[in-house]
Write a protein that binds this ligand. Structure first.
Ligand code: 5AD
Ligand code: SF4
Length: 463
């Protein structure tokens, strides 16, 4: 599980009261953590590096894989001790739990953990100030309702999230209607809802004015984006067409998608719109039709392969990425071999793969025929070896090529800056920081373990 801390502007002046947000899970959660930090800031709690220095601690939890709620309770045990220590020094601490575990197990969290002052699900972050006021008054708060109208209003107000000034995430869609039998998202994030196109465009224009060059459109099922405007219907491709006209924006991406929602106009956008990057994250989960059906994926392995062929016909160099689950209930050795076959047939530039973990409340959690842990482990290892070899060969094929690199930040060593290729690879180059925010052609010279190394192609060797 990816894990990171989100804090509002670190260079902000340290205010009298501090807020600390610990974030688990996906990109959407990292984005939400930055919003929570922003709401704390608005309520007078400036960002702290350390939970021990904070008057408000919020855990932004993820429920998608593994024993998420166990982890949350053990983390809360530590926070309770911290709260007690601070109380002994006469300092108050407000503790909140946000994210998908909050949504799924809110009442249970309040019942089991007395240190928790509020629980707020992803649909209700706009009500965080109210929860903080209640906590100040000594009251506990549970906010886990699906309030569609309010959620829509909230989606309208969403500010962008910029991990670097150069690249930013803009939420365009939330929720999922697919109900894959292993997945908690439809239960914790609710039904699909798309944000108004004019709000997205206005936000992208604002970002571009402030120096952002690369925007990723974010949604749990982003290619299902559909918004009925007063004059026309907007799809993701329509958004890309409009965003392509914004001066200053050079790159557009999107994540994450479902194979059944890959519309023709989106495939055409990959061919026709140069700012839409040749990178597609399209989860397949398994290569076995029996398993895909049990997963309620609504497509076969052939459908997926045919879709990739169509995308590649539109944009031959496109880098394909995916998600996989091994050890889904009932997965036989033959099913797993079908997954390996699909991987060999498609050829992935990158991928995420996971052992199946039953999520309470999802249909597959109650099925018998669970695959033993040892077998899951072995399958995951075999799959990851194959995917890693494919990633390496995709990267190796870039050596000697001149790629367009958008520089985003300074590198680890002085004199080095880091950028990304159109295929999402990170590239380190010796070049001045003044190039951050600009694109240059870079000759790729060698591979590191996680990034490529290159030199400006107008720079002679050894310079
Ligand atoms: N077990 C394992 N992996 C899961 N994912 C979602 N739910 C589960 C689960 N119960 C994976 C899927 C999805 C990614 C975000 O997380 O591969 O695409
Ligand atoms: Fe979960 Fe499936 Fe929806 Fe993806 S498409 S969020 S895996 S239910």
């Amino acid at each position: 599980m990816r894990q990171e801390d989100a804090r509002v502007n670190e260079e902000d002046l340290i205010g009298p009261r501090g807020g600390y947000v610990k974030s688990y899970g996906c990109q959407m959660n990292a984005y939400d953590s930055s919003r929570i930090a922003g709401l704390l800031e608005g309520a007078g709690y400036s960002a702290r590096e350390d939970a021990g220095d904070a008057e408000v601690i919020v855990l932004n939890t993820c429920h998608i894989r593994e024993k998420a709620s166990d982890k949350v309770f053990s983390e809360l045990g530590q926070i309770r001790r911290l709260k007690d220590e601070r109380a002994a020094r006469g300092q108050r601490t407000i503790v909140g739990v946000a994210g998908c575990v909050a949504q799924a197990e809110g009442a249970e969290i309040l019942r089991r953990e007395a240190a928790v002052d509020f629980v707020v699900g992803p649909q209700s972050y706009h009500r965080l100030p109210e929860a903080l006021r209640n906590a100040d008054a000594g009251e506990r708060t549970l906010l886990v309702n699906f309030e569609t109208e309010e959620k829509f209003q909230d989606l309208k107000r969403r500010p962008a999230f910029s991990p670097t000034r150069i690249s930013a995430f803009v939420t365009v869609q939330e929720g999922c209607d697919k109900f894959c039998s292993f997945c908690v998202v439809p239960y914790t994030r609710g039904a699909e809802i798309s944000r108004a196109a004019h709000d997205i465009v206005a936000e992208a224009e604002e970002l571009a004015r402030n120096g952002t060059r690369d925007i990723s459109l974010l949604g749990q099922n982003v290619n299902a984006y559909l918004w009925n405007g007063p004059d026309r219907e907007w799809t993701l491709a329509g958004l890309f067409e409009r965003l392509s006209q914004i001066p200053g924006l050079r790159r557009l991406r999107y994540t994450t998608s479902h194979p059944c929602d890959m519309r023709d106009d989106l495939i055409v956008a990959h061919r026709e719109l140069p700012k839409v990057m040749p990178y597609l994250h399209l989860p397949v989960q398994s290569g076995s039709d029996t398993i895909l059906q049990a997963m309620n994926r609504k497509h076969t392995a052939r459908d997926y392969i045919a879709m990739i062929e169509r995308v590649r016909a539109a944009r031959p160099d496109i880098a394909i990425s995916s998600d996989f689950i091994v050890g889904f209930p009932g997965e036989t050795e033959a099913d797993f071999q079908s997954t390996l076959r699909l991987v060999r047939e498609v050829g992935f530039a990158s991928a995420f793969s996971f052992k199946y973990s039953p999520r309470p409340g999802t249909p597959s959690a109650d099925w018998s025929e669970h695959v033993p842990e040892e077998i899951k482990k072995r399958r995951l290892q075999a799959l990851q070896e194959l995917l890693e070899a494919q990633r390496q060969s995709f990267n190796a094929a870039c050596i000697g090529r001149k790629l367009d690199v958008l520089f985003e930040k300074s590198g680890r060593h002085p004199g080095q800056i880091v950028g990304r290729t159109p295929y999402m690879q990170s590239v380190q180059v010796d070049a001045p920081e003044s190039l951050i925010g600009q694109n240059r052609e870079v000759l790729i010279e060698r591979l590191g373990s996680n990034s490529l190394f290159g030199r400006m192609s107008d720079q002679p060797e050894g310079a």
